[in-house]
Design a protein. Structure first.
Length: 86
């Protein structure tokens, strides 16, 4: 998987009114910016989690995300397990 595939088919990681959705994410340009700048092993941190977290995983960063929603973290891990090595 690469960032273009992630942009074309973003995972549903956020819950709104009881339904999973993929609309809450960084803009495509921002995801492309991250893809150009991140390198494997880079130490990164973000507040919140979602498609951007998957982008950090795609690049192999040593990433920490601060998020209070354990279920969302589990959805991200499950998605990564099926699509990339996180």
């Amino acid at each position: 998987m690469n960032v273009l595939e992630l942009i074309a088919n973003p995972p549903k990681l956020h819950v709104n009114e009881g339904k999973l959705m993929s609309a809450w994410k960084l803009a495509d340009e921002e995801l492309l910016f991250l893809d150009r700048r991140l390198t494997q092993g880079m130490k990164t941190i973000e507040t919140g989690a979602g498609v951007s977290t998957v982008a950090f995983a795609l690049k192999g960063t040593d990433h920490t995300c601060i998020v209070p929603d354990e279920e969302q973290v589990n959805r991200i891990r499950l998605y990564c397990t099926g699509h990339i090595a996180c």
